[in-house]
Design a protein around this ligand. Structure first.
Ligand code: NAP
Length: 521
């Protein structure tokens, strides 16, 4: 069995004491073990601040981009190996593995390009100079400089590669070192990616460290120049945000958490049209890709009342053809959820939804499985429900079932779409399917305050459509309220988490000369 070690102060160190087993989610066989007990976190933070930070800050954006390019290239070169690991630990099909692994290398590559474009500068200049006095002799200018601390990255179990890489990309680009911790249950592929990054020789000493297992006393060591970037459940987010040291030292925190993402079929959508096909395709993909374990997966499907039953039946029919089983079997299109706890939570969540909605396909019983041993594996079926009353479907609007589960909600008016969507209390992404420009615009402005991203699918864009669950490095990812209130990616916006925006005031020409050494964004 593989023992995952941590990478601390430029050395791989094995944890001591009790280990956590990492399983194959289809067979329940142990594939690796991890423990961070005994890891010297004081050494890790000191090394990052003393060695990694200064080394990265001394580099231009273009040089940092070259590091990111290298990190991307080694992942591409070892793609097959990484996909096999992703399939072995976490329940991914090969296609799910690609979504995670290729998403990671693509994001690193996108930031490599971005950094190349930022050139020889080492700081960013935010907007134009502002005249403060009677003339431009006294001006102000916002400047963004790298923070002088360490970034701690804590990631969720569902995207071990992408989650680690998207945070690393923004952090390295901004000139800040990181200590990254994947969720233990699915850490195998993250650990191998980290090995590849280190073996590439591209990363300066102290710029990247890795924890296999729990974070120990790491949060107790955080200081005022540090950043805590967390992706995971709202419950854990509350604990981390409320951590005494994090609060008392004013640690800069970013949270990416739960979301009850909506997909809205417009009143103009008719069966058999291109926009209807796009709607069906996206909903089925977002429900079943990664077995629904995506923060951006569609959980609530809003359909005009008079069409709700017919559209829901089409969705149920497509979902019922999903080939569920062990991803080692070629035909399988949806694997198990990642862990036994996940399965327990998904089934309990379905029960809650069933209190206010009826099951159209799937449900708590496991149906036909391909290549799975009886009684083994964390399998659940793709499950579509239909709310009895959209306005009184509390659990549907409040409870994220983190699996292949979604509920249809019938609506009457575009105003009701906004009201129902807002009951999710803040989401990552909403998608709207319509060729009616006025409806799309009205609904966009109703959804926008409550979502980090709104995707509008129409006949005109269908040929190039990207499913709503795909997070783009050039666009922000995050959302208000329940979704954590955070923001990642979005080009240079994602780097700003790791930089201090400082307002520089002074003699205009001098301020301008300082600004001219940075890259204006
Ligand atoms: P989780 O249980 O909150 O765990 C997330 C991470 O936090 C793991 O690395 C976990 O480590 C760590 N952790 C747990 N308790 C901790 C503590 N007290 N102190 C420090 N670290 C702690 O979430 P999950 O089950 O992995 O992920 C599923 C959730 O993540 C879903 O709700 C999903 O919506 C959300 N998610 C959001 C996004 C987004 O971008 N918004 C993306 C992906 C997932 P261990 O594994 O070692 O316990």
């Amino acid at each position: 069995m593989i023992t995952l070690s941590s990478y601390i102060a430029d050395q791989w160190v094995k944890g001591t004491g009790k280990t956590t087993l990492l399983l194959n989610s289809s067979t329940e066989a142990a594939v690796a073990e991890a423990s961070s007990e005994g890891v010297d976190f004081v050494r890790a933070v000191n090394h990052a601040r003393a060695a990694g930070g200064p080394a990265l800050r001394a580099l231009s954006f273009a040089d940092r981009g070259a590091i990111l390019k290298n990190m991307s290239d080694v992942m591409v070169a070892h793609r097959d190996e990484l996909l096999n690991l992703a399939m072995d630990n976490g329940g991914n099909t090969r296609s799910d593995g690609k979504f995670d692994v290729d998403g990671a290398s693509a994001t690193l590559s996108a930031y490599a390009e971005l950094c190349k474009g930022l050139g020889d500068a080492r700081y960013l200049v935010d907007g134009e100079a502002i005249t403060l006095g009677r003339s431009s002799r006294l001006t102000g200018q916002h400047v963004l400089v790298s923070r002088h601390g360490v970034a701690v990255h804590i990631n969720a179990f569902n995207f071990p590669s992408w989650g680690m890489a998207e945070k690393a990309a923004c952090c390295i680009a901004a000139g800040m070192p990181f200590i990254t911790k994947p969720a233990t249950a699915t850490a195998l592929v993250a650990w191998r990616v980290m090995q590849l990054w280190i073996e590439s020789g591209a990363l300066p000493a102290g710029s990247a460290q890795f924890v296999a297992g729990g974070v120990g006393n790491l949060l107790d060591l955080m200081g005022p120049q540090d950043v805590l970037a967390f992706t995971g459940s709202s419950d854990t987010a509350v604990k981390l945000r409320g951590h005494q040291r994090v609060l008392s030292k004013g640690v800069h925190v970013n949270v990416e958490a739960d979301s009850l993402n909506v997909a809205v079929a417009g009143p103009d959508v008719e069966q058999g049209t291109p926009v209807y096909d796009l709607f069906l395709k996206d909903v089925v993909k977002e429900m079943t890709q990664k077995t629904g374990q995506k923060c951006t997966a569609i959980r609530r499907i809003l359909i005009p009342k008079e069409k709700a039953q017919a559209f829901a039946e089409d969705l149920a029919d497509r979902l019922s053809h999903t080939k569920v089983g062990n991803p080692a079997v070629d035909d399988v299109t949806m694997g198990p959820v990642s862990t036994a706890q996940q399965k327990k939570d998904v089934l309990a969540g379905m029960q809650r939804l069933m209190g206010v909605a009826k099951v159209l396909t799937g449900g708590t019983d496991v149906g036909k499985l391909l290549g799975a041993e009886a009684g083994k594996g964390f399998f659940v079926m793709p499950t579509l429900l239909m709310a009895n009353d959209s306005n009184n479907a509390g659990a549907v609007h409040e409870h994220e079932v983190f699996g292949p589960v979604a509920t249809v909600l019938a609506y009457d008016t575009s105003e009701q779409v906004g009201v129902l969507a807002a009951r999710g209390e803040g989401g990552l992404v909403a998608s709207v399917y319509s060729d009616d420009k006025q409806f799309s615009q009205d609904v966009f402005f109703a959804l926008a305050p409550h979502h980090g991203r709104v995707v509008v699918g129409s006949e005109k864009s269908a040929g190039q459509a990207i499913p709503p669950g795909t997070v783009m490095p050039s666009l922000v990812h995050g959302g208000p309220g329940r979704a954590g209130g955070g923001e990642e990616l979005g080009g240079t916006r994602g780097m700003m988490l790791y930089m201090q925006r400082t307002a520089l005031q002074g003699f205009g020409p001098w301020v301008e000369s300082v600004a001219s050494g940075g890259k204006r964004v």
